[in-house]
Design a protein around this ligand. Structure first.
Ligand code: UD1
Ligand code: CA
Length: 457
């Protein structure tokens, strides 16, 4: 039977206390590449066509429940009241498992880099006849992991936890990543037979291997790389997971036709979309929700989040694009420009030192250096609308709500509080005056005063 026609349930364990994170936030809610570790695991589960999900949380972890239900609204959440081990945690979802599945996949929410393909490989092992398939990896340093014990023909015979392993077993480098696929129709029965007879006095999920073998079920190992199964227990491992994922994301971007001059300095989010022939200069940070069109350039030291960039547009250097920034084709956003919730139509230019928030900028409009949309009065936000081909002089304050008509000009240094009709010129600043010879007279008076003061000393 091909895996897609097999019914599958993922049980995601997230009941760990995460003490070593030293955090007020649940461990699995800490983010990697812009989304929670739990979100990564749920995304991989979905990528492997596992449609049914049970998440096991610790008591009182309503924040984890909320995240699970936000990301996988159909998921069931179970509370593991006492933390008695991984098998005990899986059994907390016993009523879901009992609904009858071909494939039961157990995952750890603190192991966020596991891909959909790997979950698929575990499912394939079940489809090929295995009763249990464990995910293994060759550990650089196996200390602390369960070891995968194999017979002479590399069949999995048992998983031995560090604390229960003999000297010889501890020398084995093939370790248990913790993830496992179990024949869904046998799972409850096998799990129910696990006892807590070990050094830690916990119900070990890993004991299922020997129990399955006792039932003449086939047990297999699926091998992953060590970086893919990196478990996060502290902030150092969180940073390691981030590094692994960033490397993956950069690689995928470059493979799809993006140029990165210094990829190791570019930070992507899990959902960053970069078109063909996009050029990313060094030191650019992408928060979640950014899409960049073909041929666009993001110059150095820019920060983008929740922004859409049209084809052939240029952004930065030193630009900040906040959520709702939408930059049209061939538009130019220059240095020290901040955009928020602003629609910049194709060909428009905001080249220097401006804040454009809650605004619509028409096609080919030119927004001069230092233009500020005054969009907030401390209570409400208001919109600024600038028509196509309008020209806003440097250092203009646009006090919203305000509309500048198409093709209109605003004189530099204006504080615009009223709408400007199309094709008009608005100048809203103090009128210039001159006093001829004033400077000479002023200098003479001041020089004399200074001389007098010096003599008195
Ligand atoms: C587990 C494996 C070990 C493997 C290692 C990989 C077992 C018995 N051991 O050990 O073979 O090498 O992972 O990192 O499975 N959890 C609960 N409730 C519990 C206990 C655990 O939800 O009662 C969750 C934790 O949040 C964590 C995961 O299960 O996400 C693994 O638990 P942990 O205690 O970290 O297991 P290890 O001792 O690391
Ligand atoms: Ca662990």
């Amino acid at each position: 039977m091909p895996p897609t026609s097999r019914k599958a349930l993922a049980v995601v364990l997230a009941a760990g206390e995460g003490t070593r994170m030293k955090s007020d936030k649940a461990k699995v809610l800490h983010a990697v590449a812009g989304r929670s570790m739990l979100a990564h695991v749920l995304a991989s589960v979905a990528a492997a066509d596992v449609t049914d999900v049970a998440v096991v949380i610790g008591p009182g972890r309503e924040d984890v429940r909320a995240e699970a239900q936000k990301l996988a609204p159909h998921s069931q959440v179970f509370v593991q009241a006492d933390r008695l081990g991984t098998a005990h945690a899986v059994l907390a979802a016993g009523s879901a498992i009992g609904a009858g599945y071909d494939d039961l996949i157990v995952l750890f929410a603190d192991t966020p880099l596991v891909t959909g393909e790997t979950i698929r490989a575990l499912r394939d092992a079940l489809a090929a006849g295995a009763g249990v398939a464990a995910l293994g990896f060759m550990a650089e340093n196996p200390f602390g992991y369960g070891r995968l014990l194999q017979d002479d023909s590399s069949r999995l015979i048992a998983i031995r936890e560090e604390k229960d392993a003999s000297e010889a077993e501890r020398a084995i480098r093939l370790c248990n990543a913790g993830l496992m696929a179990i024949d869904g129709h046998r799972a409850l029965e096998l799990l129910g037979r696990i006892e807590a007879q070990n050094a830690k006095g916990e119900y070990y999920l890993t004991d299922i291997v020997e129990i399955a073998r006792g039932e003449s079920l086939e047990t297999r190992v699926v091998v992953a790389t060590e970086s893919e199964v990196l478990g996060v227990n502290d902030r150092i491992q969180l940073a390691q997971a981030e590094a692994v994922l960033q490397a993956r994301l950069r690689r995928a971007a470059m493979m799809s036709g993006v140029t990165m001059i210094a990829p190791e300095t570019v930070f992507l989010a899990h959902d960053t979309i970069l078109g063909r022939d996009v050029l990313i200069e060094p030191h650019v940070v992408f928060g979640p929700g950014v899409a960049v069109g073909d041929g666009a350039t993001i110059h150095a030291f820019s920060h983008l989040e929740g922004a859409q960039i049209g084809a052939m547009a240029t952004v930065g250097p030193y630009a900040r694009l906040r959520p709702g920034a939408c930059v049209g084709e061939k538009a130019k956003i220059g240095n020290f420009v901040e955009l928020k919730n602003a629609e910049i139509a194709p060909g428009a230019k905001v080249n220097h030192l401006s804040y454009v928030g809650d605004a619509d900028i028409g096609a080919n409009a030119n927004i001069g250096a230092g233009t500020i949309t005054c969009n907030y009065d401390g209570f409400f936000k208001y919109r600024t609308v600038i028509g196509a081909n309008a020209f806003i002089g440097s250092n203009t304050a646009l006090v919203a709500p305000v509309t500048i008509g198409e093709g209109a000009y605003v004189g530099s240094g204006s504080v615009v509080t009223k709408n400007v009709p199309a094709d008009a010129l608005a100048v809203a600043r103090g009128r210039q005056m001159e006093k001829s010879g004033w400077a000479n007279a002023f200098r003479a008076v001041q020089t004399a005063r200074k001389e007098k003061a010096r003599k008195q000393d």
